[in-house]
Design a binder for this molecule. Structure first.
Ligand code: HEM
Length: 261
């Protein structure tokens, strides 16, 4: 019996290439599925690096956390660049096979939801939906503090005045913007030499949040390019709904404190 080369058997490449099944003859559909798979896997890669960062913060190792966050950022840039390939499809080519998607939508991606949850965006509607669906990856994420919570707890242990309610909050609860947390970042940015590690950590977190928003904003542009004002397959208003999502910022006080700097 022929034995598959190690490259094929090690990473199960034959199984990987079995996973793409276009439902139409339309030219763009294979690439659409391939890119969806690539993005799903990269969501997981980013979550994995954020998890490493969270462990490092729990061990009060800010340098190791920054290393993991910087790695996440590299993958996030690749995620943004993936939209370039998607844009090779014209709106008429997408329209030719969109009907085969049924009600499939990225909003149902559990890998994406786990990523939003580890970043700390846990709005009650999404949390309820996660409990309803019961996907183990997403539920496991909800049981743990977000990477932002881990950073704030680390700063509290380092002597910064992080309010106690943030340190002891149940993990599934949404982070609400708070001026007292803004004060912590303000102190760090007013005295970067005094708080070298914390300043570096803040810059790394900001870059992760920035890249995430960059991905969302580019997704919105792609959606406008493909759909104009049509509603989404997931049942939303489409671009109009995504525009409101675009307003959200991860690690919110890291954005708002700048007005006072
Ligand atoms: C032609 C390309 C695409 C179009 C036109 C499109 C369109 C949309 C629309 C209209 C929504 C809003 C929800 C809905 O009603 O469906 C949405 C959400 C979403 N899409 Fe896409 N999408 C595209 C490609 C992708 C790809 C390749 C991914 C990554 C796998 C993706 C990930 C997501 C995610 C994660 C959401 C939910 C965002 C959130 O919950 O904040 N999309 N998409």
């Amino acid at each position: 019996m022929n034995r598959a080369p190690e490259y094929v058997s090690y990473a199960r490449m034959d199984e990987l290439h079995e996973l793409q099944h276009p439902r139409s003859e339309a030219r763009g559909e294979l690439n659409f599925i391939l890119l969806s798979h690539v993005k799903e896997l990269l969501f997981r890669a980013v979550t994995d690096d954020l998890d490493t960062a969270r462990h490092a913060l729990e061990d009060d190792d800010a340098a190791a956390a920054c290393l993991a966050l910087s790695r996440a950022v590299r993958t996030q840039r690749v995620l943004v660049a993936c939209w370039e390939s998607m844009n090779g499809m014209s709106a008429d080519e997408f329209a030719a096979f969109r009907h085969v998607l049924g009600d499939a939508s990225g909003v149902q991606s559990f890998a994406y939801r786990a990523l939003e949850f580890i970043m700390g965006n846990r709005p009650s509607g999404q949390v309820e939906e996660a409990f309803r669906q019961g996907h183990p990856t997403v539920l496991a994420e909800l049981a743990r503090p977000s990477v932002y919570d881990a950073a704030l707890r680390h700063l509290a242990r380092r002597g910064f005045e992080v309010p106690a309610d943030f340190v002891n909050r149940p993990p599934e609860q949404q982070h609400e913007e708070d001026p007292r947390v803004e004060d912590v970042w303000l102190e760090i940015y007013r005295h970067p030499d005094r708080h070298r590690d914390a300043h570096r950590l803040a810059e790394c977190l900001t870059e992760v949040a920035y890249q995430f928003s960059h991905w969302r904003a580019t997704h919105l542009l792609v959606v406008e390019r493909m759909l104009g004002g049509k509603s989404g397959t997931g049942g939303s208003d489409g671009a109009a709904w995504l525009r409101t999502i675009n307003e959200h910022r991860f690690f919110p006080e890291l954005w708002t404190f700048r007005t006072r700097l």
